[in-house]
Design a protein around this ligand. Structure first.
Ligand SMILES: [Zn+2]
Length: 312
């Protein structure tokens, strides 16, 4: 997501998804390596011109220490195929993935010329507990979070606009946590937070409640993950940059489904974790009935919110 609320999580990309058992091991390894290589290429292709400039929030309080880059060749089986990140839990209990990470018409960023959603949207029910995905230290909890979101450039013009237009309350409520492993986790659209900046949290601890603050026409959590030391960037929609006076780029995100506990029922997860998906039972996609939403999920329809600052 950008600093502004993102679009409703109703789209699902199905391109390139596969699942099932009986996949030859060599093919699986090939797929893993392809995912790693393509992922690497994707990030490299968006390298910032200002690659030598440290991220603007690198000196922020509670900042993370430098990290060693994990090997890019995946082990045969790993919870996190090429990141070496462990200890993550799901931020919601029993959610539905309503919008995966990656190319999407709902995305506010551009990667390789395609609109791109920079996190995973998941939904269960309004008011459900939102939990820390990893042990860490809270960097932001509320509507003043942008200093910790990895924007590349000054936020002063944008903050001035928010002050002048009195738009602060239109922003989503967001929690940003330093996960202590070189990454930060982002939880957006809460109705309320139960933690404060500087607070230590443990994986699974309640940090807020699922809501729809900002531009979300249904309750969900936009979950994002990035490293402040990452040099690749995602390009913010130039129209948003112009209208909201925002930085043109954010530090590139990674797909959170790479580090969360594997769940076979999510085809998006099987697509990015083919080694673990291989033993899964074969899933068939039921044909959706018109007008029916997944049970237990609050899936909004297409946004009816007006366009403009503070409502994306
Ligand atoms: Zn989102």
């Amino acid at each position: 997501m950008s600093n502004l609320p993102d679009s409703p999580p109703i789209e699902r990309s199905t391109e390139g998804r596969r699942a099932g058992s009986g996949i030859p091991p060599i093919f699986v390894i090939g797929v893993v390596m392809t995912v790693v290589v393509v992922g690497g290429l994707m990030l490299r292709s968006t390298m910032a011109k200002s690659a030598d400039v440290p991220p603007p929030d690198s000196a922020a309080p509670f900042g993370t220490a430098s990290r060693a880059i994990a090997p890019t060749v995946a082990p045969a089986v790993s919870v996190s195929p090429h990141l070496g990140l462990t200890g993550y839990v799901w931020p919601l209990s029993g959610p539905t993935i309503t919008l995966p990470f990656g190319p999407s018409g709902w995305g506010e960023f551009f990667v390789d010329g395609q609109r791109f959603h920079d996190g995973v949207d998941m939904a269960s029910a309004c008011g459900d507990n939102v939990m820390a995905a990893h042990d860490g230290v809270v960097l932001a909890a509320g509507r003043q979070y942008d200093d910790y979101m990895g924007w590349v450039g000054s936020l002063a013009p944008y903050y001035n606009l928010l002050d002048t237009k009195r738009w602060w309350n239109s922003l989503p409520i967001v929690i940003v946590i330093d996960d202590g492993d070189g990454y930060r986790s982002i939880y957006a659209h809460e109705s309320k937070v139960t933690v404060a900046p500087g607070q230590h949290v443990t994986a699974g601890q309640v940090i807020g409640y699922e809501g729809q603050t900002g531009n979300a026409s249904g309750c969900h959590v936009h979950f994002g993950l990035f490293s402040p030391t990452e040099r690749a960037t995602f390009e913010l929609d130039p129209a948003v940059v112009k209208a909201d006076l925002m930085p043109a780029e954010e530090i590139a995100r990674i797909n959170p489904l790479l580090v969360l506990p594997f769940r076979c029922e999510f085809e998006d997860m099987r697509a990015v974790r083919p080694v673990e998906a291989a033993p899964c039972p074969v899933f068939t996609t039921p044909s959706p009935e018109a007008g029916e939403s997944p049970a237990g999920a609050s899936i909004p329809g297409p946004t009816t919110a007006p366009t403009g600052v503070g409502v994306r």
